[in-house]
Design a protein around this ligand. Structure first.
Ligand code: B12
Length: 165
């Protein structure tokens, strides 16, 4: 564990916690309502949610994932830099042996030029994400993904996605 991570009080949990999901922004993004929305959505699925908030440094994300060993990490970005932040962050997370199997997803408004291209989405998956939920997909596919995790409790029926309003 690096000195920077120790500064964030990092320790490593031996056993994954199937009931906790971490919701977080990444270093460049200061938007917060997207995180509030996700906290409510993931909470509805029966998980305990730890919301790390906006502008989260990479080292804090790493130490929180290592010390909590959550059921899933949900990264949100809407400022247009999510593609770049996501590529960096997921590669750093996957460098930790304990986090290789952690389900990590990203969603929001991930690029500056509208929806990500198939190639960009593919790059994020290749870098280590388990799923990418760019805005045009809506929340239904994310709900299905999260509801299928072993720790999901009060699972709500997955609603059909209506037209964007
Ligand atoms: C409020 C706001 C701000 C506020 C934020 C205050 C705060 N405390 O949050 C302030 C003024 C700080 C701000 C700053 C900036 N903003 Co701003 N902001 C907005 C605005 C108007 C509303 C965002 C909001 O709160 N929406 C409500 C929440 C609930 O919804 P949401 O964020 O859209 O998230 C939804 C989806 O994206 C999705 N989602 C998000 N994450 C995830 C993750 C997963 C896993 C899933 C499944 C879904 C999902 O679910 C949410 C609900 O549907 C939007 C425009 C708009 N009308 O949306 C621009 C907008 C997000 N901002 C934008 C920009 C460019 C900026 C700045 C770069 C502007 C600048 N030049 O300084 C800075 C960036 C600052 C930074 N470092 O990040 C752009 C981003 C464009 C892009 N992605 O290509 C937008 C879209 C405006 C625009 N049309 O150009 N912003």
């Amino acid at each position: 564990m690096s000195e920077e991570m120790r500064a964030y009080g990092g320790s490593v949990a031996a056993v994954p916690d199937r009931h906790t999901v971490i919701v977080s922004s990444m270093a460049s993004d200061s938007h917060t309502w997207n995180l509030v929305y996700l906290e409510l959505l993931v909470g509805e699925l029966g998980f305990d949610v730890v919301n790390l908030g906006a502008c989260v440094p990479d080292e804090l994300l790493e130490s929180e994932c290592l010390s909590r060993r959550p059921a899933m990490l949900v990264l949100s970005s809407v400022n247009g830099h999510g593609y770049q932040d996501g590529l960096r962050v997921v590669q750093r997370l996957r460098a930790f042996e304990e986090l290789r199997a952690l389900p990590v997803v990203i969603g929001g408004k991930l690029g500056v030029g509208g929806p990500l291209t198939e190639e960009e989405t593919g790059q994020l998956l290749l870098a280590g994400f388990d799923a990418v939920f760019d805005d045009h997909q809506g929340a239904a596919s994310f709900r299905r993904f999260a509801a299928a995790l072993p720790g999901a409790g009060a699972q709500l029926p997955v609603r059909a996605e209506g037209p964007a309003v």
